[in-house]
Design a protein around this ligand. Structure first.
Ligand code: SER
Length: 602
């Protein structure tokens, strides 16, 4: 069964069960600030899962474009993709576990539908913990289904109960609707990797094809699970995976969705069969699909150093590097992209509409990348002067100039220089952790992550509170704070609009502190000592007995500009902020004003 037939059957099946078919939402979330990309069909539906009425009704189904960068390390294996299409059906407070499982079974095994042999299907359910009990209902509903096919589906043989990390689903942004899920796996017939191999094992014997989430809870910022007003079902079936198993393939890359793209890569990169670099070709195909869909999404996202544009840039550069590694000439990425557009334009007309934009952006980014690489080569030569390249230097070449480690290593070898791969790996892994934090999820509560930018903005928030107290008076007190990688947002008690002079004065005070290069230090002390030292802070709750007090001060004169109880992190010296600018001052709520500000901009 080709992917196109699977798409059609899925929608027909759920239509016949009273579902309204809704269009795929954009890959760039419109009203969900918690993620950069739509990672599942449920994202655009969050308000309705929380109780809003959906105009199309309580039963919905669609095919959703999705981007997941959490799997990026696994791309190039047989089953993981950065971009994929997710077939999904939803019950918004309508049917629950019993009907969801019945429908899943009928669609998977029904002769008119996918007709999969029930022997090939294994399922997992939630094993239970402090937040919710073991999902006994799902176990018994599954057993009923297997019984229809004369099978005795026992726990730990056919049905497996697994912990939260496997069988619980919530949106990537930490808070929001969530609940236990039950996952359906297809047994590829491969030999078990270990006697204990079971669904959920990553060896490739059991491939997860569908996930039914039973959304009963809303996870709050404090980590509590509050029962939802309505019980929902949220399901997701990977189109590429299911299509591959139905066609008897052991990899998504063998299907007709990838064949033309892979053929094109092989042709353009002049690959001969003896040296077929399978993983790399798969990665190029996967990433090219993702960048085509991001560029073609009508939102005109372009390569950049922040947010969606940053992920886009990373994907493009990894692809360009990988193309180089397999010996491809320059400027073939746009041609591969053209093949992606042709493969998908029937189902996704926006790709055709935005074709010239997509191709131009790819050519432009490749030119920029080539220049960056040239600069990197100069930098390499400088570094190589002392006949040694440290892991840190190799990492700078990687992160700033886009040099793959292998390239640096080969260059070093040519110049008779040693590099220590372990040192590079350590730097790289540290950075990976950081960039994960920085790019996957936008905000987790108040502070998004600990990257450089947000750290600067965090310090700027302290400067701001202190400056406002100097300009407006000591009634100014922090009421809220939120930092993204671009700006700070600070809510404070004050009951009048600030005048232009007051805004100006505040900026001047802060910029003077920056120019005078005030230092930042912290001391640990008891809560009482902190209070007595005059530190600002929310003393009532939040903090334990011992707290950290951050002071921003003039090292020469000892003059204190700001002192606050805070967990950190902060910059060491405010000169790192370069400059500070208020971009907005507005009312937040009664008696509370809100300021948005940026640092390091001209
Ligand atoms: N949201 C769930 C998932 O992504 C089901 O659609 O797996």
């Amino acid at each position: 069964m080709k992917a196109e037939e699977l798409r059609k059957k899925y929608l027909d099946f759920f239509k016949s069960h009273g579902h309204a078919i809704i269009p795929s939402a954009s890959l760039i979330p419109e009203n969900d600030p918690t993620v950069l990309f739509t990672t599942a069909g449920m994202h655009p539906l969050v308000p309705f899962l929380l109780g809003e009425t959906h105009p199309a009704g309580k039963r919905l189904a669609n095919i959703q474009k999705c981007i997941r960068t959490t799997d990026i390390e696994e791309v190039g294996d047989s089953w993981h993709l950065t971009f994929f299409e997710m077939l999904g059906n939803w019950s918004l407070g309508d049917y629950f576990k019993k009907e969801a499982i019945e429908m899943s079974w009928e669609f998977l095994t029904g002769k008119n539908w996918l007709g999969i042999d029930p022997e090939k299907i294994y399922v997992t359910v939630f094993e239970g913990d402090n937040d919710a009990p073991r999902d006994e209902e799902s176990i018994s509903f599954w057993q009923e289904q297997y019984k229809k096919s004369g099978m005795d589906a026992r726990l730990d043989e056919r049905i497996f109960a697994l912990p939260k990390k496997d069988n619980w689903w919530g949106p990537a942004g930490e808070t929001g609707p969530c609940g236990p899920d039950t996952e359906m796996f297809y047994d590829t017939g491969k030999i078990k990797c270990l006697p204990s191999c079971r669904p959920g094992c990553g060896c490739g014997k059991y491939v997860e094809i569908w996930n039914d989430v039973f959304m009963e809870f809303n996870k709050t910022k404090e980590g509590r699970f509050i029962p939802l007003k309505q019980k929902n079902v949220d399901t997701g079936m990977g189109l590429e995976r299911t299509s591959a198993v139905l066609q008897g393939y052991d990899s998504v890359y063998k299907t007709e969705l990838f064949n033309p793209i892979i053929k094109k890569i092989i042709e353009l990169a002049f690959i001969r069969n003896e040296t077929y670099p399978e993983q790399k070709i798969r990665l190029i195909a996967d990433h090219t699909r993702a960048v085509v869909f991001i560029l073609g999404d009508n939102k005109m996202i372009v390569p950049a150093n922040i947010e969606q544009g940053y992920i886009l840039r990373r994907l493009i550069r990894i692809t360009l590097r990988t193309l180089k590694q397999i010996g491809s000439p320059d400027f073939v990425l746009d041609k591969i992209a053209k093949t992606v557009i042709d493969t998908y334009k029937k189902n996704y007309p926006e790709l055709q509409k935005n074709e010239s934009f997509i191709l131009e952006q790819l050519q432009k980014e490749e030119k920029i990348f080539i220049r960056t690489l040239e600069k990197g080569l100069k930098e390499f030569n400088k570094m190589a002067r002392d006949k040694k390249i440290t892991g840190k230097e190799a990492f700078i070449l990687f992160s700033t100039y886009g040099f793959p480690f292998e390239m640096t290593r080969d260059l070093a070898k040519e110049s008779g220089i040693e590099i220590n791969p372990a040192e590079f790996k350590k730097e790289y892994e540290n950075h990976q952790k950081m960039s994960r934090l920085a790019t996957e999820v936008r905000f987790k509560g108040g502070l998004a992550d600990h990257t450089e930018k947000t750290t600067k903005l965090h310090t700027a928030t302290h400067l701001l509170q202190a400056a406002l107290r100097k300009v407006l008076g000591n009634h100014v007190c922090q009421k809220g704070s939120n930092i993204t990688s671009e700006r700070l947002r600070f809510d404070f008690s004050h009951d009048k609009k600030m005048t232009a002079e007051q805004i100006n004065e505040t900026e001047i005070l802060i910029n003077q502190a920056i120019m005078r290069a005030f230092a930042v230090k912290f001391e640990e002390m008891s809560l009482d000592d902190a209070k007595n030292s005059g530190a600002l802070g929310l003393f009532e709750h939040k903090y334990g007995d011992r707290v950290k007090v951050y002071t921003i001060y003039d090292e020469k004169t000892g003059e204190v500009f700001s002192r606050e109880v805070c967990g950190g992190p902060h910059v060491n010296n405010v000169k790192e902020l370069k400059n500070f600018r208020i971009i907005k001052e507005e009312a937040s709520s009664a008696g509370i004003r809100r300021i948005k500000a940026v640092v390091g901009k001209n």
